[in-house]
Design a protein around this ligand. Structure first.
Ligand SMILES: [Zn+2]
Ligand SMILES: [Zn+2]
Length: 285
């Protein structure tokens, strides 16, 4: 279990390892392209080399990429849907080139469509992302806060997507190439209580029963500014939101999550360094 933060890639991805080290990270996450859209900066041979050597220098064996925010696999606008598929596939290929462990993405929203149909469209898009993919970087679906009609907020929706991918004949040889990134703020906003040991254990049990814990590859450790079930995606520093410190302490101590890394995506106002320290303290307790 490694702990980290989302770090800046300003000036190029080769700057990430140093940025991450200066914040005290053991692992880290970054954007390899502008999160709001626009073309991806080219990964020249020199940049790739620098990125890898800096990771070695600062002892980072595992790193993660977050895809841009505009991704919508369920969109009924083909330009958006196919654009999303190609950008995410490109991120997986770029991540593989950089030896990045995994890439996580939000799924998007059903908007005007019925949710069932949108979930099917999402599945078809995910299959397109993975078909023919031979890279090493793992593809992670992130759970959503369920605002509007965002896809993948409940364990049932995530289970549907993962099981269909796992059972898909064209992806047979790739069952280790995909999984889930669980965001605690989003899960709490969806209505899953994580505030104490009992609730957290129950949630992990349900995750295992419905999806299988082997698919859980990363946790976004974020507290929530808003109350449980409000479907708002508002990250807060650990212990300063509605989930509270007890929830995060139990998350770190949970024996079933020992192999899962945690990245805090809390506001970069200085207090994010404290979030990382807290996670480390819980581990040593
Ligand atoms: Zn997240
Ligand atoms: Zn979020």
């Amino acid at each position: 279990m490694l702990f980290g933060l989302h770090v800046s890639a300003a000036g190029g991805v080769q700057n990430c390892p140093k940025n991450a080290k200066s914040l005290g990270c053991e692992t880290y996450q970054f954007f390899s392209r502008p999160p709001q859209g626009g073309p991806a900066p080219k990964l020249t041979i020199s940049i790739v080399k620098q990125f890898k050597s800096q990771n070695k220098k600062y002892n980072f064996n595992k790193t993660y990429i977050h895809t841009p925010y505009f991704i919508n696999f369920a969109s009924d606008n083909n330009r958006i849907k196919y654009g999303s598929i190609s950008v995410v596939r490109e991120e997986l290929e770029r991540a593989s080139l950089l030896d990045v462990t995994a890439v996580m993405t939000h799924l998007g929203s059903a908007k005007e469509q019925p949710e069932k149909a949108a979930l099917k469209t999402t599945l078809a898009s995910l299959k397109k992302v993975l078909t023919g993919y031979k890279g090493k970087s793992v593809f992670l679906i992130e759970n959503s806060a369920g605002a509007g009609k965002t896809m993948g907020d409940t364990l049932e929706e995530l289970a549907y997507l993962i099981k269909k991918l796992a059972g898909s004949p064209e992806l047979k040889a790739q069952s280790s190439s995909f999984g889930i990134c669980l965001d605690t703020c989003h899960a709490f906003a969806t209505g899953y209580d994580l505030r104490n040991k009992k609730f957290l254990n129950e949630f992990i049990k349900q995750f295992d029963k419905k999806i299988d814990l082997k698919y859980l590859k990363l946790i976004h450790a974020n507290d929530s500014q808003t109350k449980i079930g409000e479907h708002k995606d508002r990250h807060e520093h650990l212990g300063q939101g509605e989930i509270g410190l007890a929830g995060f302490e139990e998350l770190v101590k949970n024996s079933k999550l020992k192999k899962v890394d945690m990245v805090a995506e809390t506001p970069h106002d200085g207090r994010h360094i404290q979030d990382l320290k807290l996670l480390k303290q819980f581990r040593n307790k």
